[in-house]
Write a protein that binds this ligand. Structure first.
Ligand code: NAD
Length: 295
């Protein structure tokens, strides 16, 4: 049976480290603040923002949320972002997605100043990642790399197969893990919805990362014996036995795959907590850079 890679425990270690750094900065007179913008009433987005704020408060980072109606004109949203860009008390800015259809995601991502872009989605930060000198790296890919390293599965020299080519996960993760740098140096294959013979790729992977958004999509026969499997998926499936009427599952058929793999992340409790922990770390990095300190 596969060993469980416990994202909750590893994320707690990172939060402790971040908390120490926040205290060190506070001793030097530097306060950190994360500003989140939440547009509309999407229930999942509200939960994500609440989770991030709770994590901030745990490590001593002040946070605030600017709630805007789903009808907010794009121009007003861009002005709000600009005022946060110019506010010296704000260390990091995040705009929770999804955004309503009338708002251009590209315009919004470009509006956040790269120095406060703790989500790492500004084209300049993504470009720097691709060019091999990252500044802010998106939190989920960063969390996946950290999970691999801290659980004793460095990607260096390994065949890493990523299922999913999204701008949030698959693409930046590929750029991160193929970097010429210790803790990366992987041979990366990115599979997507037009990939033919997906199984031929997944079966080759020493490290298989799945971010397809499809519950239980990766089955046992698609995984190489002894592989390390990182399940990024967060899917709600109906479950009448659960008081909520649903439960959260990943993109990997956990029971089957854990009989084949060497190690596997659970859902929940795998990549999710790491994403939040890395957002905190990015916020500390932002605040300390803005103050001229190093982290
Ligand atoms: P997305 O919907 O933007 O992208 C899905 C990707 O999967 C696409 O690139 C698509 O080509 C690929 N795909 C879909 N069906 C496929 C198939 N049959 N074969 C091969 N590839 C296929 O998704 P995303 O934003 O990257 O998110 C993916 C999943 O990860 C979702 O469940 C999301 O909720 C979850 N997620 C989790 C975290 C976290 O912190 N744990 C963070 C971000 C996203």
């Amino acid at each position: 049976m596969a060993k469980i890679i416990d994202g909750r425990t590893i994320a707690a270690q990172i939060r402790t480290e971040v908390g120490r750094e926040v205290a060190r900065l506070r001793d030097a007179g530097i306060e950190l603040k994360l500003s989140a913008i939440l547009v509309g009433e999407d229930p999942a987005s509200r939960i994500y923002v609440r989770t991030k704020r709770r994590a901030c408060s745990e490590v001593g980072i002040t946070s605030e949320v600017m709630k805007l109606p789903s009808t907010v004109p794009e121009e007003e949203l861009l002005q709000r972002i600009d005022s946060l860009n110019g506010d010296s008390r704000v260390s990091g800015i995040l705009v929770q997605r999804p955004l309503p259809g009338h708002i251009s995601v590209d315009e919004v991502l470009e509006a956040v100043t790269p120095e406060k872009d703790v989500d790492g989605f500004h084209p300049r930060n993504l470009g720097r990642l691709l060019a091999g000198s990252p500044s802010f790296v998106p939190a989920t890919p960063l969390g996946i790399q950290e999970l691999l390293l801290r659980s004793g599965h460095p990607p260096d020299g390994r065949d890493v197969v990523i299922v999913g080519r999204s701008d949030l996960v698959g693409k930046p993760l590929a750029a991160l893990l193929m970097r010429k740098s210790e803790g990366a140096n992987a041979t990366v294959t990115v599979c997507h919805s037009s990939t033919r013979r997906l199984e031929a790729h997944t079966k080759r992977a020493n490290i298989l990362v799945v971010a397809a958004g499809s519950p239980g999509f990766i089955r046992g026969h698609m995984v190489k014996a002894g592989a390390v499997v990182i399940d990024v998926g967060i899917n709600r499936v109906e479950d009448a036995r659960n008081p909520k009427g649903y439960r959260i599952v990943g993109d990997v058929a956990f029971e089957e795959v854990s009989k084949v793999a060497r190690a596997i992340t659970p859902v929940p409790g795998g990549v999710g907590p790491m994403t939040v922990a890395m957002l905190l770390r990015n916020t500390v990095t932002a605040g300390s850079r803005q103050s001229g300190q190093t982290f």
